[in-house]
Design a protein around this ligand. Sequence first.
Ligand code: MG
Length: 257
Amino acid sequence: MWSVAPQRGGASITVRTYGKSHRGLKRPNNEDAWLVRQLGQGGVLLAVADGVGGGPAGQEASQLALKILDDAVGMEVHDAARLASAVSLANRRIWESGQQNEQLTGMGTTLTSAAIVGSRVYVAHVGDSRAYHVLADHLVRLTVDHSVAGEMEAAGGLTPDEARVHPNRHMLTRALGPDSRVRIDVSEAEWEDGHRLLLCTDGLTTVLSDQDIFDIAQRDSGQSLVDTLIQRALDRGGPDNITVVVAEAKMGDEHGR
Ligand code: MG
């Protein structure tokens, strides 16, 4: 999908998006889900969700999260608070469904959402999926993993490599669904020509380091970047569902002018 966003001074940036989800090699189902759609004024909404709960509940939770986000965000996003309120609503609806339906009790999901609007990226996030800002010479994590290991890493108690193999890396400290309220992290970044945004679930980041992801992003772009990242995770055993969504900014309109 592509979208053209007018910039200050009459120029425009084209945002192209790519995504894919893979069941991986060990799990019977794919409980991940992803969303990409256009916003007004050439903006783009992107999200990934990683359901937990077993049986039908995990899939239900991740798909419900994206549906409610999609409905609640509408066409205009002017700040991260708008995304956060949609994420908050998604939490409430998933929690309510869990209360009303015994089969879905205890279901939960991560939700990492981003809106690219003009020259800004807004992110609202809960759980251990991630958003990366991919720049020419490095990448920046725009999210903290809400897992036991991720919070220890964020506090400086573990290195990224230690966190990636920590026994409690999958134990979530925050998710949508378990409670009627949830604390949502928001962040922002600049969005310029050549910038890329990468959203992914932990099926990618438990087997690939930030350096691995950056190295692959140096060589690949577009759908090829998405496919290569997923293939590399499969090569390393594909222990979990893997989902990757990428947005790329390029100066000019869809014809490359
Ligand atoms: Mg996962």
